[in-house]
Design a protein around this ligand. Structure first.
Ligand code: NAD
Ligand code: WQD
Length: 332
């Protein structure tokens, strides 16, 4: 697992270790710390093997994968801050795109051709309608999104060039929540851009109020609609993808969402219920680049993976709040 120490990686490591897999973590801790994996080891009673390394270090990847000992690679590692990607596009192309090319080259050399890749609903750009199926047109609206699109294209080209690749391109919608133990969760560095971590940090007093970006969208309550998905459901989808990876012929996309769109005001209401008091909010202008609605048609995930999301918005908020209130400063 590349990026195993991160938010989604740590939850997936927990899931895979619990299912009896042996896990090797490859992470440079650019946006995480080994503390998350130490907690995963405590929760599961089984430790991942830890390798500190950078995707941009091609020889390190070749050494790691060269022994042919791996059944599959789950590739989470990447930078994911949209705003930063606009300011530092070369950092994103180097880290995410070149890093992924290095990984694929090392897999090819080591004889491992099974990959589960963290793609994103951002590859649908500004979708014309919802729900979104995997056959919708692809486009990028910022450099981060373009890195995901390019990596998907590299995977498709590679699989077309050589038989035997099994690649699951998992397109996540909006991951939120935390493991129900409250021991692992999302630990954003700096001020979070994403709604749920900002809401929960506001609830612990780190911010005065949540800005509701846009109240005049053509949606029932005027605020933006997204498909929030519990990170534990997402982790289980990775486990299912690994179990069925042989059914992926070449590189095939699968949406990972619940199929239910929720508005910003609905999230604030559910979060306030979980926290036990009203979370302060300020009605604000739209954030540039935001779509009114983005939610998945998750039927292919059900067909291909035998997986559907089980946890609702209340569970997402309850579990995210448990993590945030037990760990107001994350892993620090
Ligand atoms: P995260 O930042 O918590 O985890 C990413 C991990 O990758 C971190 O541990 C980081 O240290 C590591 N990493 C980054 N660059 C690296 C490099 N060059 N070499 C080695 N390790 C490196 O992010 P996350 O939320 O867990 O996301 C995981 C993946 O899912 C990312 O690829 C992200 O783009 C994708 N994704 C995330 C979301 C989301 O909203 N969280 C949505 C869609 C897709
Ligand atoms: C959700 C909704 C905002 C913050 C981003 C990336 C995407 C993907 C997931 C990785 C929107 C509103 C937000 C706030 C608000 N990441 N909002 N106040 O924009 O759907 O997707 O994260 O691949 O690429 O673009 O997620 O959590 O930022 O926003 O009102 O303080 O909440 O307008 O409607 P988004 P988000």
């Amino acid at each position: 697992m590349t990026g195993a120490a991160g938010y989604i990686g740590s939850h997936t490591a927990l899931e895979l270790l619990s299912a009896g897999h042996d896990v090797v973590s490859f992470d440079n801790y650019a946006n995480s710390s080994p503390a998350s994996l130490a907690r995963v080891a405590r929760l599961t009673g089984k430790a991942a093997e830890i390798v500190e390394g950078d995707l941009r270090d091609a020889p390190a990847l070749e050494r790691l994968l060269g022994n042919g000992a791996y059944d599959a690679v789950v590739h989470f590692a990447g930078l994911k801050a949209v705003g930063e990607s606009v300011e530092k596009p070369l950092l994103y192309y180097d880290n995410n795109v070149s890093g992924s090319a290095n990984l694929l080259r090392a897999m090819q050399a080591g004889g491992c051709r099974k990959l589960v890749f963290s793609s994103s609903a951002t590859v649908y750009g500004a979708p014309e309608r919802c729900p979104i199926t995997e056959s919708f047109p692809l486009s990028a609206v910022n450099p981060y999104g373009r890195t995901k699109l390019i990596i998907e294209d590299i995977c498709r080209d590679l699989a077309a060039s050589e038989p035997g690749w099994n690649i699951a391109l998992l397109r996540y919608f909006n991951p939120v929540g935390a493991h129900e133990s409250g021991e692992i969760g999302e630990d954003p560095s700096g001020i979070p851009n994403n709604l749920m971590p900002f809401v929960m940090q506001t609830a612990v007093g780190k911010h005065d109020s949540v800005k509701v970006f846009g109240t005049d969208y053509p949606t029932p309550d005027g605020t933006g609609i997204r498909d929030y998905i519990h990170v534990v459901d997402l982790a289980k989808a990775h486990s299912a993808a690994l179990e069925r990876i042989d059914s992926f012929k070449g590189a095939e996309p699968v949406n990972l969402g619940t199929g239910k769109g929720r508005s910003v005001l609905e999230v604030l209401a559910a979060a306030s219920k979980a926290v036990g008091r009203e979370i302060p909010r300020t009605l604000s202008p739209r954030r540039p680049g935001d779509a009114a609605e983005c939610w998945a048609d998750p039927s292919r995930a059900k067909e291909k993976l035998g997986w559907t999301a089980e946890r609702d918005l209340d569970a997402m908020c309850r579990d995210h709040w448990r993590w945030q209130s037990k760990n107001p400063s994350g892993y620090r």
